[in-house]
Write a protein that binds this ligand. Structure first.
Ligand code: PEP
Ligand code: MN
Length: 328
């Protein structure tokens, strides 16, 4: 159950009144609204505190649902906005490797039209023997690249303990697929004061993904961008199966921005551009894509990173698709 009230005072009063009846309640200020939420199917009758709107939702996720908030929620990353009706492109290497690598990439993707720079400093690698990321040194190099280009930076946070460090440098924090249900991490991101790019776990349903977003919102942070990045299915021909249906579904069922990552499901740079275009055609608000100055020699995800030349081609084609769909 979701209640929208007219002020913080009324929100606090309503929370207390509901709790006095034995029903748990949360008070949050999100997207310009004063909101009290209770678990789904927990309608309380005879409330005295005045309420502007009481919405009974038919889904387990509530705050992020489009059922009560019909207008799309734009999310600001640095000085730019991801939102409905336009195209936002985040690009950069899988991992930050060297100063030269990240600076040349930042300049190239900016020139090609990217809105933000990505780069991993803490890497979730399948094998403990492979490159694990530069840690803080990687964050410092990302900050240098931001200074050189003006592009906001996004990077993955794996360990909740590293939150203050990542907050210090990043403009947006990525939750990786493998951490989508790390609820300790999600709750902490609720109080991080930075936008979150929430990747869908490759073994998670759409509902679980939206509930993960609900965790972040319920803990105080409404700046969540949903990222579809492919799921694991019976077919292993490509690295993962890009779920374009999930993009269409998330766009219709939530008011949050939705973007797609064509790199990880492709697993091979030959398929990245077609998947990127499919992501946009399915209704996504943008892309997050891996780009490297010398992909074959990348320290992680070498097969799937685009060359600068390919990225330029991707941006041109992506813009053509966006225009065809009436976006800018
Ligand atoms: C990445 O973005 O480099 C990454 C590890 O992504 P995911 O968490 O989607 O696997
Ligand atoms: Mn990667």
């Amino acid at each position: 159950m979701l209640y929208v009230v007219d002020s913080r005072e009324l929100g606090k009063a309503l929370k207390e009144e509901i709790e006095s009846k034995g029903v748990p309640a949360w008070y949050v200020e999100l997207w310009g609204h004063y909101i009290v939420v209770t678990p789904p199917n927990s309608k309380v009758n005879g409330l005295k505190t005045p309420v502007r709107a009481a919405v009974e939702l038919k889904t387990d996720y509530q705050l992020v649902s489009r059922q009560w908030k019909r207008d799309p929620t734009p999310v600001k990353i640095g000085d730019r906005e991801i939102g409905e009706g336009r195209l936002f492109i985040i690009a950069g290497p899988c991992s930050v490797e060297t100063e030269e690598q990240i600076l040349t990439t930042a300049k190239a993707v900016k020139e090609a039209g990217a809105d933000a720079l990505r780069g991993g400093a803490f890497k979730p690698r399948t094998s403990p023997y492979t490159f694990q990321g530069l840690g803080e040194r990687g964050l410092i190099l990302l900050a240098k690249a931001r200074e050189a280009t003006g592009l906001p930076i996004t990077t993955e946070l794996m360990d909740p303990e590293d939150l203050p460090l990542v907050v210090k440098y990043a403009d947006a924090i990525q939750v990786g697929a493998r951490n989508m249900q790390n609820f300790t991490l999600l709750k902490k991101l609720g109080r991080a004061g930075k936008p979150v790019l929430l990747k869908r776990g490759f073994g998670n349903t759409i509902d679980e993904w939206l509930l993960a977003a609900e965790y972040i919102a319920l803990h105080g942070n409404g700046d969540v961008v949903l990222v579809e990045r492919g799921i694991r299915t019976f077919d292993r021909t490509l690295r993962f199966t890009l779920d374009v249906g999930a993009i269409a579904y998330a766009k219709q069922h939530t008011h949050l921005p939705v973007i797609g990552d064509p790199s990880h499901p492709a697993g091979d740079r030959r398929f990245v551009i077609p998947l990127a275009l499919a992501i946009l055609a399915a209704g996504a608000d943008g892309l997050i894509v891996e780009v490297h100055p010398d992909p074959d020699n990348a320290w992680s995800d070498a097969k799937q990173q685009l060359t600068f030349e390919q990225f330029k081609e991707l941006v041109e084609k992506a813009r053509a698709v966006a225009r065809a769909l009436g976006r800018v």
